[in-house]
Design a protein. Structure first.
Length: 509
């Protein structure tokens, strides 16, 4: 668009609207798309980018690692010649093309958002004809809710229709079936459970937040001053939700890791940096395989740790050492639980900085300046301090229950020691670690609480269930999504966290 075409004939440039110059310089990328279709297109693009971008750094890391291994000379002294370009193109092609399949996440996002916006106007006209006695506000809300419900119901089925090897089982058939048929394929539901729980958590957060806001507004209108309890609830609800949720996740990671998504389980294991034999020993205590004062054949497990960390072998024998000392928990750092706490924090802080700092610096690279660099460093430091404290408090909670507080409260006899190591020590660590969220700012607490809560709910539900029960999950997702979308249309600030930001971008005029 040229300046000559931006104003009416004979109209001087000085009378142009104040924001016209901005519009002339920065034409929106989706200006050529019809307004009713813009939310659909934006949703598809955001869904595609969210499917692709997280995989690119992992691909680069894997390629660099392979390059470092393959560039070393072979035993005969000749260098290897990996097909790096072919590997890169093949992996990159798969990452870029797989999300374009119609049963993938981008199509789901487009169907969800596009369906809810495109159906709203026809449904509103239909309600105007069929329920004209209802108020205009109520008809508008109903049309939004119903359109979002329908779009959510059918869009989730797009993802559910795609088969996954993890949710398919081959079972032998009974003898009364036709001869020659020895097995049958059984499909299970649960592939979209995390998405459904995310929607349910957001809907519950919206409902509770709205009820709390109305309660406070009524008290304010009545002239009742805000009490200390109300202030505490407002400030602690997000930290408490994160602490409870992360505690459930850590308990599951310790005793039932198969109930967590594999990527999430792998990340926690990497961050924890603990000897797997120690976790296995506490698991066997929990399930009754390792019992103090009895020879149940479990001594080799911890004695192997004792040999590796130069500790007396007798400490690893549960029939003799009741309980095994915290020196084993500290993995060679000595008997001091406080020294182990400090060491854990330092190691975890370094590990976290290696993760957070590059990500923050990448954001600075878009508009590099000194102030942005300082903010990036402070943000990475704060997040690393939080994660370092989270991990350190978990381990210190285990030590507090085993050596500091537990024996004073429950006693030192064998049954008490067995009870402590059977779950009390891990439960103490799970309770303490999540309160490290108080280190983060209020905005981050909110985002992280809403991120972890669905994962905590997932630990209490089966990862797979019968396919004929899948309609229940679809109903929960559709109902929850309709609540969130309807509330967002009336009060955008009520939908908190990352979802609120995404909806604001997708549904903007």
């Amino acid at each position: 668009m040229s300046p000559s075409t931006s104003r009416s004939a004979g109209q001087p440039a000085a009378t142009a609207p104040p924001n016209l110059h901005h519009l002339l310089k920065y034409r929106r990328w989706d200006a050529g798309i019809p307004p009713p279709l813009r939310p659909l297109v934006r949703a598809y693009i955001i869904g595609y980018l969210s499917s692709v971008l997280p995989k690119i750094p992992a691909l680069i890391g894997q390629l660099l690692l392979k390059q470092a291994k393959q560039s070393s000379p072979t035993p005969n002294g000749t260098p290897q010649h990996p097909r790096k370009a072919a590997l890169l193109l093949d992996s990159l092609r798969r990452i870029l093309l797989e999300p374009l399949h119609w049963q993938r996440f981008p199509t789901f996002c487009a169907a969800l958002v596009g369906g809810s916006t495109l159906l709203e106007l026809p449904l509103r006209r239909l309600l105007d004809r069929l329920a004209g006695n209802l108020s205009t506000v109520l008809r508008t809300r109903l049309s939004r809710w119903i359109s979002s419900f329908i779009a959510a119901w059918f869009s989730l089925q797009i993802l559910q229709a795609k088969t996954s090897p993890r949710f398919v089982d081959i079972k032998p058939v009974k003898s009364d079936l036709p001869p020659g048929v020895t097995s049958r394929t059984v499909r299970y539901a649960g592939r979209t459970l995390d998405l459904t729980l995310f929607a349910a958590t957001q809907a519950l957060d919206v409902a509770v937040g709205e009820l709390w806001s109305r309660f406070q507004n009524r008290r304010r209108a009545a002239g009742i001053p805000k009490t200390f309890v109300e202030t505490a609830v407002s400030r602690l609800v997000d930290p408490a939700m994160f602490a409870v949720s992360s505690g459930l996740v850590m308990w599951t990671w310790f005793y039932a890791p198969n109930r967590l998504p594999r990527s999430y389980n792998k990340w926690i294991t990497s961050a924890a940096a603990v000897d797997s034999r120690l976790i296995e020993a506490l698991r066997r205590c929990h399930y009754g395989e390792l019992r103090y004062g009895e020879n149940t054949g479990q001594a080799p497990l911890l004695q192997g740790m004792c040999a590796d960390y130069n500790l007396p072998l007798a400490w690893g024998d549960p029939a003799v050492s009741i309980p095994f000392p915290c020196d084993i928990v500290h993995m060679g750092l000595g008997p001091s639980c406080e020294r182990h706490l400090a060491s854990r924090f330092v190691r975890s802080f370094k590990w976290s900085m290696a993760t957070y700092l590059p990500l923050n610096l990448l954001l600075v690279a878009r508009k590099p300046n000194g102030r942005a660099l300082v903010r990036a460093l402070l943000s990475a430091t704060r997040s690393s301090t939080f994660l370092g404290t989270f991990i350190a408090l978990f381990y210190y909670g285990v030590c507090l229950a085993r050596s500091r507080i537990g024996p004073r409260v429950l006693g030192t006899h064998t049954s008490s020691r067995q009870a402590i190591d059977s779950g009390i020590c891990v439960a103490t660590g799970c309770f303490l670690c999540g309160w490290s969220i108080l280190i983060e700012g209020a905005g981050r607490r909110k985002d992280m609480a809403l991120f972890v809560a669905p994962r905590a709910l997932a630990t209490m539900l089966p990862r797979q269930y019968a396919l004929d029960k899948q309609w229940r999950e679809t109903l929960v997702f559709a109902f929850s999504t309709a609540v969130v979308f309807t509330c967002f249309a009336e009060n955008k600030k009520r939908v908190r966290g990352m979802l609120g930001s995404v909806l604001g971008t997708v549904l903007k005029p």
